[in-house]
Write a protein that binds this ligand. Sequence first.
Ligand code: ADE
Ligand code: ZN
Length: 334
Amino acid sequence: MHHAELIDLTRRLPKAELHLHIEGTLEPEMIFALAERNRVSIPYASVEELRAAYAFTNLQSFLDLYYAGASVLLQEEDFFDMAFAYFERAHADGVVHAEIFVDPQTHTQRGVPVATVFAGLARARRVAFERFGMSSQLIVCFLRHLSEADAFDTLEACAAHRNEFVGVGLDSSEVGHPPEKFERVFANARAMGLRVVAHAGEEGPPEYIWSALNTLKAERIDHGVRCLEDEALVAELVAKQMPLTVCPLSNLKLCVVNDMAKHPLKKMLDQGLAAMVNSDDPAYFGGYLMANFAACIRALDIDEAAVRKLCANSIQASFMPQAWKAERLSDVQA
Ligand code: ADE
Ligand code: ZN
């Protein structure tokens, strides 16, 4: 099958997106529109000038712009507009279900109540389900560069909205902020019945993946690409069929890999790891889910069987009920 044909097929297959930061879907055009609507000033003269600043050298260089971009989000309708724009694009890419990260601390630190954030996202999720039949869940992430106490405060503020989200995650600056810093917060979250995921092994070493598994009891590892440096860890992740939410264009843009042809996704599949494709922060990294698949299909030796495996892994690794998964998994094989 030619690349173009395989890309078309991939678009038609049902897929779940499991690693998507909603604040990372804020396109430059929307940043400018919301800045004007909310009378927030931004230090860029034009959409083109802002987009030109998206030349990242590592995770932190991206995070600085990502948090600055989020400063235009103030009202319920801002969160609605941002999230609904994502759902439209994801639906066009054949995403049938999305488990979406939100960073409450990015907003509460600016005086935006968590209730405003949840209300806008909930309305967008509802409309996406009604209009596209697309299901979704929210995962509240703690910013790991902030303190354990701040994470506890965030969990407590979100507890009032407990039925708005299914789980907790860990994101932001990885190196220097190992998972065990949040061991007690995650224990409390698990006691609340929340599912647990964590970013680990993006820029951080394999030890952080071990810690996410053993101290946080993570059920999925976000990124996890650096697991390949530790043979025993790979064996453990394969044995457990631990999902790894890989984000190829993110890894390229943040210089985790310096060439798409050197991306480890194919190698991960070949070793039996339960990897799948995600878009992370698509407004900043050059495209949504299908752009990620297309880049992998073109640069790596990803064939139809591998594409179907990636789609199946995404469905299987979601937090949806088993009956729902079984139906989509049979569609992936059909
Ligand atoms: N926040 C948004 N995207 C992120 C990523 N790729 N890694 C860590 N924190 C993030
Ligand atoms: Zn991420």
